[in-house]
Design a protein around this ligand. Structure first.
Ligand SMILES: Cc1cc2nc3c(=O)[nH]c(=O)nc-3n(C[C@H](O)[C@H](O)[C@H](O)COP(=O)(O)OP(=O)(O)OC[C@H]3O[C@@H](n4cnc5c(N)ncnc54)[C@H](O)[C@@H]3O)c2cc1C
Length: 400
């Protein structure tokens, strides 16, 4: 394990603010190039989000990651870095460190044991590369000097040629998230695009919340649509609203006031099935049909919500169309989201039009770099966000 930096040395080639996924990756990369590197963090521990990620087992990459898995106002920006450092590269690193892993859903790689292994691997890499990590260090101001940057911190004055901003986004403030990276960007004249919570559960208006409350903890596969995007993944009802992969994914495309359209039975041909059933077993009910495809509690609650009663033989074609529509395009208008408190990521951030896609540095300040979640590149759920942290960290670390 590396020792954490406590010395009073104040001059570095590279200082990285943020000892998270992107910052540690960048630190090791720059250190291996022979640069004298210091990674600082205001928290008492490095990589807290790595530790809590993937339910404690860190979904550290996605083998199928492509630029199409990222949202940005400038979608081409991420392509170069993602091409130069691929999921396969990170997997090789993980395997070199003997970390056992498994593929859960298609392409999603998780640690078999614990997220701690990924954090320890990054800290070990920093140690081997000679990059120091100093915790509990808060930056008060950042100024420029003839040779680079000067930071006033609670641990004294620090100087560096290259400054890398890797302090993440606003999600989970209790884990040390701050808007500091955006402040630095603005200080140096960069635009910060509006931010909002992404990969976050939805909250519901009181009536629907009450109706769905008995289903808390029940999950079922759905196909959810919003703003020309859709995800076919499980949805989970919680005591606060709607969550699960389908809802987290679509939340990144949702804006306040938008409705979601949920196909509760994406694997069926609903209307045809119901016509067929009315003909072959006219005494069966919609509830019985639903129970063939959904968890029993969910089927009953959905049925009750819509008030479907009586055998199918009493249903006119227009009634069947209505049932199929209600189940195939269940329109829900969320009250909102749980916000940054529980969001996995922050959408928006430092405008990438003002950054070099080769080095990640500001075009007008070639020794000031922005990497990871602080920039306007946000991945889908499933290991893409860490892949961006690794790729952007390596890109900046190769030049800083
Ligand atoms: C609950 C949860 C689960 C997740 N699971 C996954 C997953 O399984 N797979 C995946 O790909 N992504 C996952 N993510 C997203 C992923 O964690 C982030 O995309 C990733 O950590 C971003 O890396 P980063 O280095 O940019 O920022 P961070 O990892 O957030 O690191 C930023 C660092 O900067 C420090 N910092 C902040 N402000 C300051 C300041 N003013 N001064 C000094 N230091 C500062 C913070 O303390 C932190 O250590 C998850 C996120 C959450 C919240």
């Amino acid at each position: 394990m590396p020792e954490f930096q406590t010395m009073t040395d104040q001059n570095y080639d590279v200082i990285i603010i943020g000892a998270g996924a992107a910052g540690l990756m960048c630190g090791a990369t720059a250190g291996y190039r022979g640069r004298k590197v210091l990674v600082i963090d205001h928290a008492n521990k490095p990589g807290k989000k790595i530790l809590m990620s993937g339910g404690g087992r860190c979904n550290f990459t996605n083998l199928n990651s492509t630029p199409a898995n990222f949202l940005s106002d400038n979608p081409h920006y991420c392509i170069s870095a993602l091409k130069r450092y691929t999921p396969q590269h990170f997997l090789e690193l993980v395997e070199r460190h003997g970390i056992e892993h498994e593929e859960k859903a298609a392409g999603q790689l998780f640690c078999k044991d614990s997220s701690k292994e990924i954090l320890n691997m990054l800290l070990t890499e920093c140690d081997w590369a000679g990059a120091k990590v100093r915790l509990k260090t808060s930056v008060r101001t950042v100024g420029t000097t003839e040779n680079g940057y000067q930071l006033q911190t609670n641990a004294g004055t620090l100087n560096c040629e290259s400054l890398v901003i890797a302090c993440g986004g606003l999600s989970i403030p209790t884990m040390g998230a701050t808007g500091f990276g955006y402040e630095i960007a603005r200080q140096f004249g960069l635009t910060v695009l509006p931010t909002r919570a992404g990969l976050v559960p939805f909250t519901l208006h009181p009536d629907l919340k009450e109706q769905l409350a008995p289903l808390s903890g029940v999950s079922c596969p759905v196909d959810v649509h919003c703003n020309n995007e859709h995800f076919r993944e499980p949805m989970l009802v919680t005591h606060r609203g709607l969550s699960g992969p389908a809802m987290l994914q679509i939340s990144s495309f949702w804006h306040p006031g938008d409705s979601l359209s949920i196909n509760m039975l994406p694997a069926t041909n609903l209307e045809q099935d119901l016509y067929q059933l009315r003909k072959s077993r006219p005494q069966s009910t919609v509830a019985q049909y639903l129970m063939l495809h959904l968890p029993k509690r969910f089927a009953q609650a959905l049925n009750d919500l819509h008030g479907w009663a009586g055998p199918l033989q009493g249903y006119k074609n227009s009634d069947i169309e209505q049932v199929a529509g209600a189940l195939g395009q269940w329109a829900i208008k969320p009250a909102g989201t749980e916000g940054y408190r529980t969001a996995e990521v922050t959408l928006g951030g430092v405008d990438t039009r003002q950054l070099s896609s080769k080095t990640m540095a500001a075009l007008d300040h070639p020794d000031l770099y922005f990497i990871g979640e602080v920039v306007d590149v946000t991945g889908h759920l499933g290991g893409h966000n860490f892949q961006w942290a690794w790729a952007s960290g390596v890109a900046a670390g190769s030049y800083a």
